[in-house]
Design a protein. Structure first.
Length: 547
């Protein structure tokens, strides 16, 4: 007897199109999320690519997880801790974890340096006026104020005085530049409503912007290659200008496309609204594009990583279909998904004639037809259950195949007494639901000759009650236009969660939470809640790209 194949873990290949310049001298990358929400699939691309370059494409590299905690009005410890968990869910082990707030004192020194060099100035122009001036390419009235005045105002900002709160610090680059990102951007500001920083407390009253802090910390931490999405292209010039202005080394900037999916909400604000309104169960709802949501749905780290690496070199921002990523995931889960059987609760009880023995008996069978995943117990008896959907298609004396057993003849079909009001209108069976069946075993029959091959379960086993959950997209439309975005709630799918109950074979009692399995003819499922004698097991259906 031939030995079954053992499923082997696939090693991520090196991708030629994703080679980095000057990588021979060493690679240090960083993933700098803002702790203001949970990571979603868009963030996962950045995280996985940074990890890929540092640990796969160039083994021996270093990857930094850095929290960009400069926007204190939106950030908190809950999100910070959640991001660390999300990164772990992605299978990433950063070599170093840091915080922009670790460098606030140094960033402050660089702000003083850039002011003294005459390359930055203090400005108290109201925000709406400043925005209009930048759009019109007009200079601020404070653009040519003295270094002494600018330093004095910066000191007031750092003290948090009422006078200081009026001011911000702007880089003196070019107020009329064709690139709007270079029109004297703000690099230091006081929060509108001073709040307690979740790490530094009340030590600081003025904070650097991400655009000022990020290049500085990148250089300080030794980052060699800064990965940024193409939406930052206009800001890349600002990144380089800041480092040149304060005489710091500039990392190489490698750009990649932002990732978007059809019928998917990626906005933190919108996702938060759905969570707070109870439309979804939480940030880990399997309909959410969050890392914890898609992982809970059944996305594997391997499938996600393969997809992101395959998308890595692309610079085009497209609204992708989820089918592609779920198809990649299927290649991973098929290797490790033991196969079981589940029959809907609205089943039909069948009597089998012609068994070799009267008493129920069991045999050990492989859990997978191709791969060695161990064995399971299969029970045989004269009492079995099958799907009502299958039973309604049977004709008297028809030969069908019971999967993983053999052929049978349909000798008798009994219909429910309500057949005068049939619920079948598609011509499959005008007599309605089947109440019971009598089948005659025909093990010598040719299973290749039968058109109907159905799943079944012996009633004479410890059947496991399960709840099967399936999900649709939250949005009913692929992409919302600008006008539709203003009332996006109107485009939420009316019903996006579907639940059914079934009985599974006795082996499913041993399935644990997070196990991924396959129910024959029903698809792949992730166990969200392991079955117990007190409650049903809950299983989430995993898309495979065919839906």
């Amino acid at each position: 007897m031939a030995t079954k194949n053992a499923p082997k873990a696939k090693k991520a290949p090196k991708v030629k199109q994703m080679e980095l310049p000057n990588a021979a001298a060493g690679v240090v990358t960083r993933f700098p999320p803002e702790p203001s929400g949970y990571l979603h699939i868009g963030h996962s691309k950045a995280a996985l690519l940074n990890d890929y370059f540092a640990h796969t494409q160039y083994p021996g590299g270093k990857m930094i997880l850095r929290f960009d905690d400069t926007n204190i009005e939106k950030e908190n410890t809950e999100y910070q801790d959640a991001i660390r968990e999300d990164v772990a869910l992605l299978g990433i082990q950063p070599d170093m974890i840091s915080y922009t707030s670790d460098y606030f004192d140094q960033i402050d020194e660089y702000c003083v340096k850039i002011i003294k060099a005459g390359k930055a100035y203090a400005d108290d122009t109201p925000a709406d006026v400043m925005s209009a001036q930048r759009l019109a390419r007009e200079p601020s009235v404070h653009r040519d104020d003295s270094v002494e005045d600018n330093l004095a105002r910066y000191e007031e900002m750092k003290k948090g005085t009422e006078e200081g709160k009026r001011w911000c610090i702007r880089a003196k680059i070019s107020y009329a530049n064709d690139n709007a990102a270079l029109r004297d951007p703000v690099i230091f500001r006081c929060p509108k409503n001073h709040t307690h920083h979740h790490r530094t407390g009340d030590k600081y009253n003025a904070y650097p912007t991400y655009q000022f802090a990020c290049p500085i910390v990148d250089s300080i931490e030794g980052v060699t290659h800064a990965l940024r999405t193409t939406e930052y292209n206009d800001q890349d010039a600002q990144y380089k200008w800041i480092l040149k202005a304060i005489d710091l080394r500039c990392p190489y900037i490698w750009t990649f496309s932002k990732i978007q999916f059809v019928r998917t909400l990626m906005s933190k604000r919108k996702l938060t609204k759905l969570v707070n309104a109870g439309v979804v169960s939480g940030w880990d709802d399997p309909r959410f594009p969050t890392v914890r949501g898609i992982r809970r749905r059944g996305m594997t780290v391997e499938g996600l990583r393969d997809f992101m690496v395959s998308q890595g070199p692309s610079k085009n921002v497209v609204n992708m279909d989820w089918h592609t990523i779920w198809t990649m995931n299927k290649k991973v889960i098929d290797l490790k998904s033991a196969r079981y059987t589940a029959i809907d609760d609205s089943h039909v009880v069948c009597k089998i004639k012609g068994l070799p023995q009267e008493e129920p008996y069991s045999e050990m069978k492989p859990k997978h037809a191709k791969y060695d995943l161990g064995e399971k117990k299969v029970w045989y008896s004269s009492n079995i259950i099958i799907e009502q959907e299958d039973a309604r298609t049977f004709a008297k004396d028809e030969e069908i195949t019971l999967m993983n057993w053999g052929n049978v003849y349909v000798r008798d079909v009994q219909y429910e007494k309500t057949a005068d009001k049939p619920d079948i209108t598609d011509g499959v069976n005008a007599l309605g639901n089947v109440a019971s069946l009598e089948l005659e075993l025909h093990l010598d029959g040719d299973f290749k000759a039968t058109k109907k091959k159905i799943t079944w379960l012996s009633k004479d086993q410890d059947l496991c009650p399960v709840q099967l959950e399936d999900f649709d997209h939250l949005l009913s439309k692929d992409k919302l236009n600008e006008e539709e975005e203003s009332h996006w709630e109107d485009f939420l799918t009316t019903k996006s969660e579907f639940s059914s109950t079934a009985l599974a074979d006795c082996n499913v009692w041993d399935v644990k939470e997070d196990d991924i399995i396959q129910f024959d003819r029903k698809g792949y499922f992730r166990c969200d809640k392991a079955p117990t004698k007190e409650s049903r097991g809950v299983f989430f259906k995993i898309p495979t790209g065919k839906e």
